[in-house]
Write a protein that binds this ligand. Structure first.
Ligand SMILES: [Zn+2]
Length: 251
């Protein structure tokens, strides 16, 4: 018996569909390999794995299984709190921060709109994204499975949705971010936190209607863009449910 028997959850059919015997994979085991290696060779990035048991005992990604072992894996399930330690991820993040890959690039502005700290540049290569995720303790958002298989990436999400608004909803729901959202707080262009600015100081830059109806303003210290609240906060809440209109205006 030189096989590993892996109970394969339906959530992973997205990455690999077991051929015949339903939700079980018999994995040939000619040499020593970590369970992380084995699962990733079957197509599922370690970032998508929530729990692993071998013969009924919980193990971590470094565990080296032997032929005949019974492996049970479970996906990471929503809401996924990345600030709580777990067997597979004993060093949680102290806050939810993101780094966004170019293949889901539109997510960056949307997440910043919700106040989430989000690094993004279309020039970032996979290696740089992984390194940023490791050094700055960020969650990687991507459609690139190879990127998520890198060991430097501890927290990540293979974004399923296609449309940016759907992707935002997916990420907010998956990481349980509704309470963490702080709209009108971060520059959409720079990711910098906004500073309160006196209306008088920027009066000359405001449109007549903005001047008339709004009193509270903030400004990005990097790019000088002006933001104001008002009805936009309510619009933001609606956008999480059915995202369809911008809620931050700029001059
Ligand atoms: Zn800015």
């Amino acid at each position: 018996m030189h096989h590993l028997r892996i109970a394969w959850p339906e959530a992973f059919f997205l990455f690999r569909r077991p051929s015949d015997n339903g939700a079980r994979i018999d994995f040939p085991l000619p040499r020593r390999r970590s369970i992380k290696d084995i699962l990733e060779s079957l197509g599922v990035p370690h970032t998508e794995v929530g729990f692993i048991w071998v013969d009924g005992e919980p193990v971590d990604f470094h565990f080296i299984p032997e032929a005949g072992h019974e492996v049970v894996v479970r996906p990471v399930s929503a809401p996924f709190d990345v600030t709580k330690p777990s067997r597979l991820r004993p060093q949680p993040l102290d806050a939810v921060r993101f780094v966004v890959d170019v293949n889901v690039g539109k997510l960056a502005a949307l997440l910043r709109m919700l106040g989430m700290d989000t690094v993004y540049s279309p020039q970032l290569r996979d290696r740089q994204i992984a390194s940023l995720a490791e050094k700055q303790r960020r969650v990687v958002l991507t459609k690139d499975l190879m990127l998520l298989k890198r060991s430097a990436v501890v927290y990540g999400r293979f974004v399923r949705s296609v449309l940016p608004d759907d992707q935002l909803q997916e990420v907010v729901a998956f990481f349980g971010l509704k309470e963490a959202c702080r709209p009108f707080h971060r520059c959409i262009r720079c990711n910098d936190e906004l500073l309160v600015v006196e209306k008088e100081a920027i009066l000359h830059r405001l449109e007549p209607k903005t001047k008339k109806y709004y009193q509270d303003f903030k400004m990005c210290k990097t790019c000088d863009r002006i933001y104001w609240a008002g009805s936009h906060r309510e619009a933001m809440k609606r956008r999480i449910a059915a995202i369809n209109s911008p809620f931050c205006h700029t001059t």
